[in-house]
Design a protein around this ligand. Structure first.
Ligand SMILES: [Zn+2]
Length: 508
């Protein structure tokens, strides 16, 4: 595992060459060069050949599901970057490259976590990890002895958090969430430790030097809870515990994770040219199963062959990436769009929109002038609910003025036919929405049974459908990037407005 860190770390500073082969870096652990991934012959048109080539490479077993933090995901990123470059898009990642490094790591317990308890009487009170207390995987925290602040009802919650104190909230998980995770609740964050009631799930303490956790975004004390159980919990409730000191004994390993970001500057005059539309899709998918530690869990291969353990993610979301790449080819070759266009192939979507949240904190163009995010998610298979092959639907169709603009332009783009699935909130667009930007997702996901399974393979996609959808998307995107419509939520439909305020108001 160490070699994996050493050979991938410098990648974000390597300039990508304008070649038609992806760089053969990184090398695999055996020291042999990874096979280069040839790009297709790229044209300014949307073609089935190009789309299929993109999907088949990204969803190949060789890329092992493109899980965030893996060398295969880095290779996928290099491919995407090479296509953007060949399409005439300018790099907008770190240090003049298309790659934007996203902080990402995994953790390992070097020893069993320790909780030192100070009681009022001075009598010792044992605290055994996995029996008396538990904490979230991946928490890396060493505290001093923190005095306990005991909250039994909302009125007990101090207005200001104290980083030198451990906040103990009595009650169920939902009660403490209600108390503390409401936005802008005073005193919700900033404590040295947050402590609640909870079953110890692990049963037995983990041995020292446990395995690496699955990679995850860093966790701090502000977003986790230490949970107590049994005698220790009773002592806390009775006010017997006056201080807690936690040492998690965790080590961290940084993993390579990148967004791929490119830009086409807008040709429009003044403000219009600075207004930015972000076209996005996520290129990460899920672990290959043996990496997740359950090699036997793969699905049986054909005729007794080896089990399929790779989550290929052909529809989810190699299909969306292919569409964004073809949009780059089309927009890059045409006269400059009036608005600036950012192409964002994001990592970390499957583990909590990690890449997109990072982009929003480090955008290629200011968020103040970012007027829309159009996201592509699972467009490789026709959805009969909206008319089958070639028909796209758009999440949040009825919330913004874009749905109506597309309808007026006679584009074949339908209302999301399954609002009960909450697709509007289930992809990268929602992160843009939460930052006040109109964000919507094009999809044709038909609830097929290969979703998040090893059977989401390139062979199962309908490439004529993907081509037709991408052509529709070109027309929709051109309408927006050429400034013919200014994206906005419809009056009273802003998804960020508190419920009571979502009512009709005068149009702006
Ligand atoms: Zn997805």
């Amino acid at each position: 595992m160490a070699s994996f860190r050493s050979h991938v770390a410098p990648l974000h500073v390597l300039p990508l060459v304008a070649a038609f082969f992806v760089s053969a870096v990184p090398q695999n652990g055996a020291g042999t060069a990874a096979p280069a991934a040839p790009l297709p012959t790229l044209t300014a048109e949307v073609t089935r050949t190009e789309l299929e080539h993109h999907v088949r490479y990204l969803a190949s077993d060789e890329l092992r599901g493109r899980f965030t933090g893996t060398p295969e995901a880095v290779r996928a990123a290099q491919y995407l970057a090479a296509v953007l470059q060949a399409s005439g898009v300018q790099p907008a990642g770190d240090d003049g490259t298309f790659l934007q490094r996203v902080p990402f790591e995994r953790t390992r317990a070097k020893a069993v976590p320790e909780l030192r308890v100070t009681t009022k009487s001075g009598a010792p009170l044992p605290a055994v990890f996995g029996a008396d207390f538990d904490l979230p995987l991946g928490l890396d925290l060493t505290t001093t002895a923190l005095r306990v602040v005991h909250v039994k009802r909302p009125a007990d919650l101090p207005a200001e958090p104290d980083p030198k104190a451990a906040l103990f909230v009595e009650g169920s998980v939902s009660e403490r969430r209600r108390l503390l995770t409401r936005k802008n609740e005073p005193g919700a964050n900033g404590w040295g430790l947050r402590v609640g009631e909870g079953r110890a799930k692990r049963g037995t303490p983990k041995p020292a030097g446990g395995d690496w956790s699955p990679p995850m975004a860093p966790r701090g004390p502000g977003d986790v809870w230490l949970t107590l159980n049994g005698e220790l919990l009773e002592a806390m409730k009775a006010g017997e515990v006056v201080a807690l000191e936690l040492v998690t004994h965790v080590e961290r390993e940084a993993l390579p994770a990148y967004n791929v970001v490119g830009v086409l500057p807008g040709a429009g005059d003044g403000a219009l040219g600075k207004e930015t539309v972000v076209l996005s899709a996520h290129y990460d998918h899920l672990h290959a199963r043996d990496e997740a530690g359950d090699a036997d869990a793969g699905e049986p291969g054909a005729e007794g062959g080896p089990k399929d353990v790779v989550f290929n993610g052909a529809d989810d979301d190699a299909s969306g990436c292919a569409a964004v790449l073809e949009l780059a080819g089309r927009l890059g070759a045409s006269k400059r769009p009036q608005r600036t266009v950012v192409f964002l192939l994001a990592t970390g979507e499957e583990i909590g929109l990690v890449g997109t949240w990072y982009y929003l904190d480090h955008p290629a163009r200011p968020l103040e002038t970012t007027v829309a995010n159009l996201n592509f998610e699972m467009i490789g298979r026709p959805d009969e609910k909206v008319g089958g092959p070639g028909k796209l639907w758009l999440t949040g169709f009825e919330l913004s003025n874009l749905g109506a603009a597309f309808a007026e332009a006679k584009l074949d783009i339908a209302i999301d036919p399954r609002p009960e699935q909450h697709f509007f909130e289930r992809s990268d667009n929602i992160a843009f929405v939460r930052r006040g930007i109109v964000g919507q997702t094009f999809s044709t996901y038909n609830l097929h049974e290969d979703y998040h399974r090893v059977s989401d393979e390139a062979d199962t996609l309908d490439y004529a459908h993907l081509e037709a959808c991408t052509r529709s998307a070109v027309a929709a995107v051109e309408l927006v990037v050429d400034g013919k419509v200014k994206p906005a939520w419809l009056p009273g439909k802003d998804p960020n407005a508190p419920r009571g305020e979502r009512k009709p108001s005068a149009p702006k």
